[in-house]
Structures are given as C-alpha cells and as structure tokens.
Write a protein that binds this ligand. Sequence first.
Ligand code: PSU
Ligand code: MN
Length: 308
Amino acid sequence: MILVTPFIRVADEVASALAESRPVVALESTIISHGLPRPENLRVAIEVEDIVRAGGAVPATIAMLGGVVYIGLSRDLLEQVANRDDVVKVSVRDIATVAARGGNGATTVAATSQIAARAGIEVFATGGLGGVHREARESWDESADLTTMGTTPMTIVCAGVKSILDVGATLERLETLNVGVLGYGTNVFPGFYLSDSGHVVDWAVSTPAEVAKIMEARRAFGIESALVVAYPLAESDQLDPDLHDRVLQEGLKLASARNVVGKGVTPFLLDHFHRATHGASLIANERIIVHNADLAAQIAVARSEMSV
Ligand code: PSU
Ligand code: MN
C-alpha cells in the first residue's frame, strides 16, 4: 500500500519492498532522540538498521521532520532525529498536531505502530514497551503504548518493559487489551535490563516460523490487537541485578523529589540509569535493541516466505 498524502513519505526502498511483499521491519525513533544519549544514539540507530538489512529485511525507521512522517529515513534525516534539540516525543495523540505545525518529532511505540500498520508493515522492533507506572494508582500514568497495542495489528519484538514500571500490572493490562504475549525461547517475561522480570508468560515459541504462523492465524481470525514477542537478554549479557536494583530505587526517589511527571518520566529514568551505572545500562540497552532487530528481521522474512 502506498500512502498518498502530503503528511507521509515512504522511502522508495520501503515502498517497493511492501509492494512486492518483501520483509520490512519498522523501527521507532523515541529511543534515538529520548532513550539513548548522544553520540551513541546515532551509532545504535545505524547499527540497528544494518542488522535488519543483514537479516534480509528492509529497515523502516519512522520519525517526523518538518511536519512530514517519514517511513524509512535517509542518513541525513536519521542524524537530524539524533542530534536536533527540537525533536519532541510524539505519541499517537500528538502526530496530527506536530504534522499540522510542521514540527519535528520522534515516534513512540504507540505512534510508530499506528503509522507502520497504516503503511502495511507487520513487524516492529524496539527495546522496551511503555506500560503501567509504579505509582499509577495515584497518578494514572499508563503509557498510550498499551491502549494503542490493543487496537493495532503489529508484531512487536521487545525485551519486555523496563523495571522502572509495574511489570505485573502492565501484563494484566496487556491481557485486558487482548494483546498477545509470546516468550521467545522462554516462558519467562524479560525485565529489559534483566533477563527475568519474575513474571511468566503463557506461551513460549522457539522459531520465527512459529511466530509467522501465529501472525497468519491472527489475521484469519480478524484479531486487530498487537502481538508482543518478548525476547530476553541472555543472563550473561544482563545488567548486574544488584546494581540494577540499587540504581532503580535511587532513580525512582529522584524522579519524585524533582517532580518529574508525565511523558518526562521515562526519559528521566533512562538517563539516570545510563549515568548511575557508568554506561553499563547503555551497553545492555544496545544489546537489547540489536538482538531484537535481528529477531524481528527473521520473523519478517518467515512471514513473507509464508505469504508467497
Ligand atoms: N522504553 C525504553 N526506551 C524508550 C522507551 C521505552 O526502554 O526509549 C520509549 C518508547 O518510545 C516508548 C515510550 O514507546 O518511551 C513510552 O513512553 P511513555 O511511558 O511516556 O508512554
Ligand atoms: Mn506516561
């Protein structure tokens, strides 16, 4: 499907892959602009695209520049997303306003899924999903990633949700919202920096072809919600759990002491992790994104082999 509107531009490479039912993997941009520090953010964004290509799929990083939503970024646009100071975090509710104003924006999991699904992309790789915040009972802070996943058909490869969130509550909400959750190679739900969040998932899968078959069946049944493929870091690659717990407690206290609220909470805590672990969380974060992109490419390839 080629989208004909002045608000959206699909890169030629992505458009022809979609037209020919070749594998495409969507990638988000909030992780670049707000999730990782400079200059690592640009390096990781390029590395992730390279991994998707090496896996035989076309990367489609999604971001907004000058009011236009780009599906597939040139190197120049990728650099702008990574380095400009006026790139705002864009969730679904913000897309149209930023477009109408000609602004620059980095899309969250929610906004990326929404746009990618509209373009006909079925697979999306990210680091971690947004979810229910720990103090949600008072603050009502729950990511729009959740409700968007409830209504958007997209297979999302991730390492679960950050431990900065309430993981158990997030899993309950995913159930309520009809979001499918598969553990890749495991029954354990990953804890982003940690391999194990302490929660289990009902379904474990072990091959990209299995995921592709589930995607096909979901389509046959008209299931319009997202499918989460939760892919944990190997234990040897995770952040040291003691360091993790200490930094998390510190970060949560700091966020509340400084009155960080709303969409600033996730970037604040991520930044705290990167600084307080002296880069160890950054290394784990990079590993997560890269191996998720690798698996997403394999799933997209398996899916396209199935649809021919
Ligand atoms: N989790 C990460 N890194 C990130 C994000 C989440 O490990 O960069 C970003 C994603 O783009 C996600 C968004 O969609 O934060 C969720 O933000 P909020 O909680 O404000 O909805
Ligand atoms: Mn929020």
